[in-house]
Ligand binder design. Structure first.
Ligand code: FAD
Length: 518
């Protein structure tokens, strides 16, 4: 991306500096260089500090992000040790012994709510779970099937899907393709940040004395938030009153045999003071216990994790990660935008971390023309920053509602953690208001401002009714009962075909590895 400077006739290439080489930094570098075709990008990363190295579950938006980089799906799958993810299977969240699936597939008929009232009105004991009544995907994942066939085009298939991957290998892969596209990598630790008289960032000063100047900076420095927080002073808004989890213990657990089945979904199991993620890669599982330090000690958490993992984890030592749940309302100040953990973080439930990186990059790409990147017009740039901050804050706020939904409608009362989670005082008011209405009527599309939502209304339906939330319908009548019955029958009839038409998950992964010779 270049701009012409007419008076001198010079061509100016804005210098973009990315601080940080984790998933956020290298995804930003790859997106700017490969998807947007920008030049003049430098990325500074510190091997002394390293990357967080977790973040293995993604959201279906990742497919179009990766496709936009112009890479092949097979190469990505092999380089990042990626597997397919078709949603999240929740165990024990509603009663302690229940199980429900949040599929990535939309209900048949799309986002339209026409079917839901008829499912709600059916009180027969034979009624299928909502996810099973409205999609074939639960059948597919329970049979261990992949979401696509070898002959399907890259990044698409009959089922909606995302990936699980090894975070460190993914960052390495993004680094290679970004450098191949012209991004300059500087290894070093930033010790000081130089400012201009107007407050903009002028340069990063490395501890070995090197200076990296730039016109525009992306702060991808992780929880340190070196630029947006420490230098520019953006406040952090905590969400810990609603979302209690603030620690995780993570382990990488090898399979007991090389051909063990690989789950094509994330398994999220509820425990006394949090939940475990269980993510299948080709050679190991990534398992972690996310918990609230206000509700259990680290020793209790480790005991819970070890109980879950069993003998395969006996010789492994978990790694502890501490985090604060929340975000910065000002993620863009002057010539700096925060992307990734520096902007904010919610606990790993529903994999919002990488998806928020993707959303931020798309928005930066749309809002920042080359003139604004070069700092030509501060008023226009500040207007873009204010819009970005409003939209991102709204997006973060709505994610809090969606995540809290998983906890606050629980019927578990066995521990203080679950009781506190259902305490109305911990539920944000907009969500409390919606829940009060959803007791009488199903969610309506008017409950949502869809462009601000990361999770569309069908995701709310899957969680609400997967958890056994009761909506009475308050005597309302809904047209189309006979058609709805036909549609449900069609979905039921399609179950076997969907299972049979898709390959085993590990077999498909083996196919991609064999194709790329790895
Ligand atoms: P980091 O990986 O921490 O990278 C920061 C970079 O900045 C590093 O390269 C570091 O060296 C550099 N740096 C920092 N300070 C300096 C300095 N002074 N000088 C030079 N370089 C510096 N997200 C998901 O989408 N799905 C998940 O399943 C998921 N699970 C998670 C589980 C846990 C327990 C946690 C804590 C997070 C999880 N996340 C998940 C979030 C995800 O890990 C992050 O969004 C993602 O890894 C991006 O991190 P990052 O690049 O912002 O930060």
């Amino acid at each position: 991306m270049t701009i012409d400077n007419p008076p001198s006739g010079r061509v100016v290439i804005p210098r973009v500096v990315i601080l940080g080489g984790g998933t956020a930094g290298w995804l930003a570098a790859a997106y700017l260089s490969r998807t947007l075709g920008m030049t003049g990008i430098t990325l500074v990363e510190s091997s002394e500090i390293g990357i967080i190295g977790v973040g293995e579950g993604t959201f279906p938006t990742i497919r179009s992000t990766l496709a936009g980089l112009g890479i092949s799906e097979a190469e990505f799958l092999v380089r990042a040790d990626a597997t397919f993810k078709q949603g999240v299977l929740f165990e024990g969240w509603a009663t302690g012994t229940d199980s429900y699936f949040h599929p990535f597939n939309m209900p048949i008929g799309g986002e339209d709510e026409a079917l839901l009232p008829h499912w709600l009105a059916d009180t027969s004991p034979q009624r299928a779970a909502w996810a099973d009544a409205a999609t074939v995907q639960e059948q597919v994942i329970r049979a261990g099937r992949a979401p696509k066939r070898p002959e399907d085009p890259d990044f698409s298939g009959p089922m909606n899907y995302a990936y699980h991957f090894d975070a460190a290998r993914f960052a390495d892969y993004l680094r290679d393709i970004s450098i191949a596209a012209g991004v300059v990598r500087i290894e070093g630790t930033v010790g000081n940040v130089q400012r201009k008289a107007d407050g903009d960032i002028a340069a990063l000063e490395l501890t070995d004395g090197r200076i990296v100047e730039g016109d525009f900076f992306l702060d991808c420095s992780g929880f340190r938030a070196l630029l947006i927080g420490q230098t520019l002073g953006a406040d952090f808004t905590s969400c810990s009153d609603s979302l209690f989890n603030d620690r995780a213990l993570a382990m990488q657990v090898p399979y007991d045999r090389p051909d063990a089945p690989v789950r094509p979904y994330t398994l999220a199991t509820a425990h006394e003071a949090g939940w475990t993620w269980d993510i299948g890669l080709t050679e190991r599982r990534g398992i972690g216990y996310v918990y609230s330090s206000r509700h259990c000690s680290d020793d209790e958490a480790e005991a819970t994790l070890r109980r879950y993992v069993g003998p395969q984890g006996a010789a492994l030592n978990p790694r502890q990660l501490r985090f604060e749940t929340g975000y910065r309302q000002q993620q863009w100040i002057g010539n700096c935008v925060a992307v990734g953990l520096s902007a904010g973080f919610f606990e790993p439930l529903e994999s919002t971390g990488i998806m928020l990186i993707e959303a931020a990059l798309r928005m930066v790409g749309d809002f920042l023309g080359p003139d604004l990147l070069a700092g030509a017009d501060h008023d226009a740039r500040d207007a873009a920053a204010r819009s970005f901050n409003r939209l991102m804050s709204a997006r973060f706020e709505r994610i809090v509602h969606f995540l809290k939904l998983h906890y606050c409608i629980t019927r578990r009362t066995d521990t203080a953690y679950w009781r506190d989670n259902a305490d109305p005082a911990t539920i944000p008011e907009p969500l409390r208001d919606m829940l009060a209405q959803w007791r009488r009527r199903p969610p309506s599309r008017f409950d949502f401002v869809v462009d601000l939502e990361t999770f569309l209304p069908p995701s709310y339906h899957y969680i609400l009714y997967g958890m056994g939330f009761e909506t009475t319908l308050a005597g309302a009548r809904y047209p189309g009962a006979a058609q709805a019955r036909e549609v449900f029958a069609r979905v039921r009839a399609a179950h076997a075909g969907a299972r049979g038409g898709l390959p085993d998950h590990r077999a498909l992964l083996n196919h991609y590895h064999a194709r790329t010779g790895v």
